[in-house]
Design a protein around this ligand. Structure first.
Ligand SMILES: [Fe+2]
Length: 263
């Protein structure tokens, strides 16, 4: 990146991601959604970084359980949307802007997966840290909010610039792609597409970050108004009578979200 900002992808637990955002020359850093403190502290020390804050997207423990041990190393601000989240010192809400000396973020409320969920968007570099709202080829489960809230949230993310680099909370890419190919599209190249994705993740160790513009074309949860998606699915044999090409955006979102829950 031109601004000298670097992002370290840190694997956590089974398939979670935390991210260390830092600037090489000033050594200032912040961390997003720490679940396990040890690899984060190790990276910070190894690179002589100075941690300035912890950013949290939502209250689930696989995004917050590392906060305590990080704070044992150094007292810093914890930015979160919910004062029940351990260590919270800066409570965030929609349209807030948080400013570190090397990067700033616009806060976008993004309820659906949880009611407190927020995402962090940096306009200058078009970076989005979106927790469990948008995944590569997928979206988060709707646990606390309504289907309508989740759809509205995804529509807010849809309007961000195409060249946004998305850093999400889990490595679900391959499973989401399998669902897309097996359940929602007709393609003669399914095997080749899956193999390409599997090899890419194996080679890079991660599918992060992904491009939002690409997902505007391919992620079914960002295409609930797409007539071609709906027509294709409605006309496939197993879906006759379950979903119509005339389905509303919300009905279609609900249909594919519930279908993905069972996949
Ligand atoms: Fe979550």
């Amino acid at each position: 990146m031109q601004s000298g900002i670097k992002i370290e992808i840190v694997k956590q637990l089974t398939d979670n991601y935390s991210y260390i955002i830092y600037k090489k020359n000033t050594k200032n850093a912040i961390v997003v959604d720490p679940a396990e403190a040890e690899p984060i502290i190790k990276f910070i020390k190894k690179n002589n970084l100075s941690l300035k804050g912890i950013l949290i997207t939502h209250h689930h423990s696989d995004h917050t359980s590392g906060i305590n041990d990080i704070l044992k190393e150094k007292t810093i601000d914890v930015y979160s949307p919910n004062n029940k989240i351990f260590g919270t010192t800066k409570l965030l809400k929609d349209k807030d802007i948080i400013d570190f000396d090397f990067i700033n973020f616009n806060i976008i409320a993004s309820p659906g997966h949880t009611l407190d969920h927020i995402v962090y968007f940096n306009k200058k570099e078009n970076l989005l840290f979106c927790g469990d709202v948008l995944f590569y080829y997928g979206c988060g489960r709707v646990f606390e909010g309504t289907m309508k809230q989740m759809l509205d949230t995804l529509n807010k993310i849809y309007v961000l610039p195409d060249d946004t680099k998305v850093f999400c909370g889990h490595e679900y890419t391959y499973k989401n792609l399998e669902f897309l190919l097996d359940e929602l599209v007709i393609s003669p190249n399914k095997g080749a597409i899956k193999a390409k994705c599997r090899n890419l993740i194996k080679k890079n160790g991660s599918s992060m970050p992904f491009n939002l513009g690409h997902q505007k074309s391919w992620n079914p949860f960002l295409n609930c108004n797409s007539r071609s998606y709906k027509t294709g699915i409605a006309s496939s044999y197993e879906n006759i009578g379950k979903i119509s090409a005339e389905a509303s955006e919300l009905d279609f979102f609900t249909y594919i979200r519930e279908k993905r829950n069972k996949y």
